[in-house]
Design a protein around this ligand. Structure first.
Ligand SMILES: [Zn+2]
Length: 829
């Protein structure tokens, strides 16, 4: 049936930002092919690609494959290209798409064409129509062929001629142009699917990776496209940076390629790589299903790259600085001295702990072999019939041959296999010698290790895999560090470069020959998915100092690292803050009080009301003393931020103050207003105008009890507090102490158990320095939360409450302000 429609896909190969873009490979097809197959879903009589004569020949085969005709016209005067094409066909309605949009909403295109035709059925006319609100790059334009021809003849504006739509919609006095808000099912203006820049192209590759993983073949439906756009694969792209430097072994590259294959990540391989095996190894993984599009040779800008994950042995300070610029930097097994640049450190191969702490150390991310040796023979009678010498695909210290000869001498009847990387290796001459076989690197070596009685290797992945496969393992350390590692992790090793008989004998009789499995008791030896964990890390957020609000040019000193967070000390203000987290933001709703509170304290907040109020009475007493009026002739206004169900408001009232409260929880505020009948407003501080809400611009006292640590924008919070406290008035707050016994005796444990929504950790000794920035002077610090049982001496001695020891420790806790919480009272000056 005739539709009187023509679909025109505008395309040229001379894109400046991405030359040859339309024919660039995207998931195994030229980009243009995805556009054409999508537009073919829109009903029409004619399907054309409109291009210029220079691009024509190259585009023709793709057009043919997808049922499009190719039309060549002027390069820059696209408007004339369109009108010339329209002169050759009989069509009323033109549906225009561009070749840089592989994720077009064809359903929306069809609907908007129908809507356009509907509008032109009556007397009124519509010359141009498009849906607005689609992702940038998923929409089309519909217009009347006759109107376009007319408009073209009327305009001489070069802009109108270079583009097409403006000839109509920039002349609304003459043409009726409609931008219709798209129905909800197509309305996603915050997403971008077009391919204009290299970053856009990488996003498209991520979308395609998602499609492939879910077996969506294309042309893709709107639902499939949006599902992909919202997925973590697309939202949190990852670029893995493996070492491809000669001398570092092939393990880093393999680990990254394997994670990329599973997780849909990009792998950065620079053109100046020196690891000879790189291309062969990459080809191996491409064979297994890794998309070639996932291998990139430049690190793109941050517009589509929140996370870089390095696996490079040892980076220089400059490299770390460059890679960490404006995006998260996560490093695996990083040996650099400059790891302050890293937001997160993951150690998989247990490293020799020099001075740095990793966020997580977990050898269960090593992919362990499935094939395990039969362990039935008794340890003493292990027979050596097959020996594998595998020095990491490379052999920088030339140890392969000496090792092979030493083993041949020791076990004349054993078969010795040595892996060497290239066929030109001089050792090849020795091939075929008595019982020594030289072979090229074996793909999937991990699953073949179990065939060998003894594996001779360097400290690294193969060593751990061989231990798991149940082989005898002998390391050949080439550096002091590797020797230390071999000792620390109980490997048998030959430290002698000549591989002397005595050194070999010592290794063979070492009780560590059949090394104990590494300490993965914590996970029960369960294998973990590295790619899934890296995806989680990639979704993590780097955060600036909440007080200063901006990221420093040099990384702040790391205070502590743990599995989900990294804490640093701000070089500018001294605050300890959460600088990186993989935990999603918490929403303070009703559930916070009813469930979280109960989880933490074993009773509901309301049940706890009276004991919290009692604390409030004590605090109100201190405030009263500091107010120092001496008489109560005028009641003072006190504003409690984060007042919850109002226990402090009740205490303040009983102490003679006028209470005002605010909290983010609607439920709590409703309780305060209705049950307690105090003035209170539900708001997210600092977004409150107290003058408007309470008729009070400045208070005598502002308080925050266990609230201050929850603000990510503490700087603006403190500025606001400062503005609503009268000169000479007080600001008082309580918070966990970064100098209490728990923090002092086991710092990393303290940060580990610090709630994930505490963004700042206050150290009483530095509080004045920070508060001074906001016009406050600390008047009094009260150390609270004294717990003798948390002191190492009580833990060790097991002293009971009431004992002399206990009492002494308790006194010491008070005297030295070692309480785990602190109250800080300061005056506006
Ligand atoms: Zn700061």
């Amino acid at each position: 049936m005739k539709t009187n429609r023509i679909v025109i896909v505008q395309c040229r190969l001379s894109s400046t930002r991405l030359p040859g873009k339309a024919l660039k490979d995207l998931a195994g097809k030229p980009l243009l092919a995805w556009v054409l197959s999508s537009m073919k879903k829109v009903k029409a009589d004619y399907y054309y690609v409109a291009t210029d004569s220079d691009s024509y020949e190259q585009l023709l085969p793709v057009c043919r494959d997808y049922g499009f005709k190719c039309f060549a016209g002027p390069l820059d005067d696209v408007l004339s290209r369109f009108t010339m094409l329209l002169d050759t066909v009989k069509a009323k309605t033109v549906i225009r798409a561009t070749a840089d949009n592989p994720f077009l909403f064809y359903e929306a295109a069809e609907e908007s064409a129908e809507l356009f035709e509907e509008k032109n059925k009556g007397k009124s006319t519509c010359d141009y129509l498009t849906y607005s609100g689609l992702p940038h790059g998923s929409g089309v334009e519909v217009f009347s062929a006759d109107s376009l021809k007319k408009a073209a003849s009327e305009t001489t504006d070069p802009y109108d001629h270079e583009h097409v739509g403006p000839a109509l919609y920039n002349h609304k006095d003459r043409y009726n142009c409609e931008f219709i808000p798209a129905p909800n099912r197509y309305n996603f203006p915050d997403f971008r699917t077009t391919i204009d820049t290299y970053s856009d192209y990488l996003r498209a590759v991520s979308i395609m990776n998602y499609m492939k993983a879910h077996n969506y073949q294309g042309p893709f439906t709107t639902e499939e496209i949006m599902e992909a756009c919202r997925s973590n694969t697309v939202k949190y792209p990852v670029v893995l940076v493996p070492s491809v430097v000669k001398g570092h072994g092939t393990g880093h590259l393999r680990r990254c390629l394997s994670a990329a294959l599973q997780g849909g990540f990009f792998v950065y391989i620079p053109d100046d790589k020196s690891l000879a095996e790189t291309d062969t190894i990459v080809a191996e993984y491409v064979n297994e299903g890794l998309s070639k599009n996932q291998i990139i040779n430049s690190i793109p800008d941050e517009s589509y790259l929140p996370a870089i994950i390095t696996d490079t042995f040892e980076l220089t300070e400059n490299q770390l600085k460059e890679l960490s610029k404006n995006r998260s930097l996560i490093s695996i097994d990083e040996g650099s001295r400059y790891t302050e640049y890293c937001d997160y450190l993951l150690d998989i191969i247990p490293s020799y702990k020099c001075e740095r702490l990793a966020n997580k150390t977990d050898s269960s991310f090593i992919t362990m072999p499935q094939n395990i040796r039969n362990q039935s023979n008794s340890e003493a009678e292990k027979i050596v019939e097959r020996v594998l010498i595998c020095l990491g695909g490379e052999d920088p210290a030339n140890l392969t041959m000496p090792a092979a000869q030493a083993f041949r001498k020791k076990f004349p009847d054993a078969k010795i296999t040595a892996i060497i990387s290239n066929a030109d290796n001089p050792y090849v001459d020795y091939a075929g010698g008595p019982n020594i076989e030289f072979i090229k690197p074996i793909p999937g070596l991990r699953e073949k290790l179990f065939e060998y009685d003894i594996v001779v290797t360097h400290y690294g992945l193969t060593a751990f895999e061989a231990v798991y496969a149940g082989c005898g393992v002998i390391l050949l350390p080439t550096t002091k560090l590797h020797r230390k590692l071999a000792e620390k992790y109980d490997f048998a090793f030959v430290g002698d470069k000549k591989i002397s008989d005595s050194a070999l004998e010592a290794a063979l009789t070492s009780e560590n020959l059949y090394a104990k499995k590494t300490d993965d008791t914590e996970t029960g030896g369960e294998k973990k998915s590295l790619s899934a964990f890296l995806r989680l890390l990639a979704a993590g957020k780097r955060m600036p100092c909440p007080v200063c609000g901006k990221l420093p040019s040099q990384p702040d000193l790391v205070i502590s690292r743990n599995e989900s967070r990294t804490y640093r000390r701000c070089a500018s203000c001294g605050m300890v803050y959460m600088a990186f987290t993989t935990i999603e933001d918490k929403k303070y709703q009703k559930a916070y009080f009813f469930e979280d509170y109960k989880k933490q304290y074993g009773k509901t907040y309301e049940e706890d009301f009276d004991s919290i109020k009692a604390q409030g009475m004590r605090r109100a007493g201190i405030i009263k003393t500091l107010c120092g009026t001496g008489n109560t002739e005028s009641e003072k206004n006190i504003f409690d931020i984060g007042c919850a169900y109002g226990p402090f408001l009740a205490a303040a009232t009983d102490s003679g103050f006028n209470p005002f409260g605010t909290d983010i929880s609607e439920d709590a505020i409703a309780y305060v207003q209705k049950k307690l009948k105090y003035p209170a407003v539900c708001s997210a501080f600092p977004d409150i105008d107290t003058a408007e809400e309470f008729g009070i611009a400045q208070f005598d006292v502002v308080t925050m009890w266990y609230v201050i640590e929850h603000f990510k924008d503490l700087g603006s919070v403190l500025r606001k507090v400062s503005s609503i406290v009268k000169k000479g008035g007080l600001f008082a707050f309580s918070t966990p102490s970064g100098e209490g016994v728990s923090a002092v005796s086991d710092k990393d444990h303290f940060y580990q158990i610090s709630p994930t929504d505490h963004y700042t950790i206050w150290e009483p000794s530095r509080a004045n320095e920070i508060l001074r920035l906001f016009g406050f002077k600390v008047e009094r610090i009260v150390s609270t939360g004294h717990h003798p049982e948390r002191f190492p001496s009580i833990k060790k001695s097991g002293a009971k409450p009431g004992s002399l020891k206990w009492k002494l420790v308790e006194a010491q806790s008070h005297a030295k302000r070692l309480g785990d919480t602190v109250e800080i009272y300061c005056r506006k000056i």
